[in-house]
Design a protein around this ligand. Structure first.
Ligand code: ADP
Ligand code: MG
Length: 326
């Protein structure tokens, strides 16, 4: 079974790169690395029913399994180059594999990422993608460089994917799997199923941002990682959080805020930059076709505080928030 499936994947994700000396087919792949570059490597697993709803379309699973990894490379300021795909399937389902590969390939092509190997095994549906990329030596963005008084920015909008997941779960529990989708619901669903890794933004931020992370587990959690790694704290102004029109149409303001702060799967970049360089950031991002919003600042101390309009701390109703378990 295995070989037909591997051929099906190979046929659909055939992206040629000059730096691949030996791709799929041997025991391991061989690639070249340009002088003056560091190899950037990351891996993420998606388990059905844990990291995506079981009824997610195979194309979307393929796209997302690569997207979550390219998002990690984006956060490092890396150019993605190659990927490896470990696929665990309940059965040798050629239709699933073809659709999965089509979704994977659509994103791989968009970023010229070559699939150079993988593994195919039988078991509960789970996908592990290793993504590799390059960054000029010493120029990678990390979590550890935030400084007191830096401005905190986030690309795009927050909470859309978590909003889509909540609507999906509510529809499921009402037994309305086939109900008519409103335009805002479709927009939110595409944010959940087809996240766009912010590669161009990550490249634009090299040499400008002091620290950067991609938001996969929610803004509060991920900005918290930056704070821990950098030995600082952060203050967020809740009124400045970028909320999309689609999210605002589907949820009340309090729910939007909660989804933006604590919902997962955003795959936006959160970064910090010296205040004197804020204008430079906006100009560099605009050239890269991206947008970022200033949402707070780095302070001395530790942890992330959320401030309301008058500067008073907002207590988050975290206890009532049901995160899609991961
Ligand atoms: P081995 O037993 O030596 O690990 P495999 O039979 O697992 O070899 O794989 C044969 C070739 O196919 C290898 O080059 C491997 O990288 C590639 N391959 C296997 N599964 C996948 C997959 N899901 N996606 C891409 N390449 C794969
Ligand atoms: Mg193998």
């Amino acid at each position: 079974m295995e070989f037909d499936l591997i051929d099906a994947i190979r046929a659909r994700v055939a992206i040629a790169r000059d730096d691949v000396a030996l791709g799929i087919g041997d025991d391991a792949a061989l690639t070249g690395i340009a002088p003056g570059q560091q190899l950037v490597a990351c891996v993420d697993t998606l388990v059905a029913g844990v990291h995506f709803p079981r009824d997610t379309a195979p194309e979307d699973i393929g796209w997302k399994s690569l997207a979550v990894n390219l998002s990690d490379l984006a956060a490092m300021g890396a150019v993605p180059t190659w990927a490896l795909l470990a696929l665990t399937l309940p059965e040798a389902d050629a239709l699933f594999v073809e659709s999965f590969a089509a979704g994977f390939s659509a994103l791989a092509r968009a970023h010229e990422v070559a699939l150079i190997g993988g593994d195919t095994t039988q078991g509960p549906l789970s996908i592990t993608v290793t993504a590799l990329g390059m960054v000029p030596t010493g120029e990678a963005l990390t979590r550890a460089g935030a400084r007191v008084d830096d401005a905190v920015f986030v690309t795009g909008t927050l909470g859309d994917a978590a909003g889509a997941l909540r609507l999906h779960q509510e529809a499921g529990s009402r037994g309305h799997g086939t109900e008519v989708q409103r335009p805002s619901t479709t927009t939110l669903s595409s944010r959940l199923n087809r996240p766009e890794p912010r590669i161009a933004a990550g490249l634009a931020l090299r040499g400008i941002a002091n620290a950067c992370i991609d938001i996969s587990d929610g803004l509060l959690a991920d900005l918290g990682h930056v704070c821990t790694a950098s030995g600082v704290g952060a203050e967020l102004e809740v009124e400045t959080l970028p909320i999309s029109p689609a999210l605002a149409a589907a949820f009340d303001p309090a729910a939007c805020r909660e989804l933006a702060l604590a919902g997962g799967d955003d795959y936006e970049l959160c970064f910090t930059v010296a205040r004197a360089r804020e204008a430079e950031v906006q100009a560099a991002l605009a050239r890269a076709g991206c947008h970022a919003t200033r949402i707070g600042r780095i302070v001395a101390g530790s942890g992330v505080r959320v401030l309301g309009v008058h500067g008073s701390e907002v207590v988050m109703p975290q206890a009532g928030w049901e995160h899609f378990s991961r």
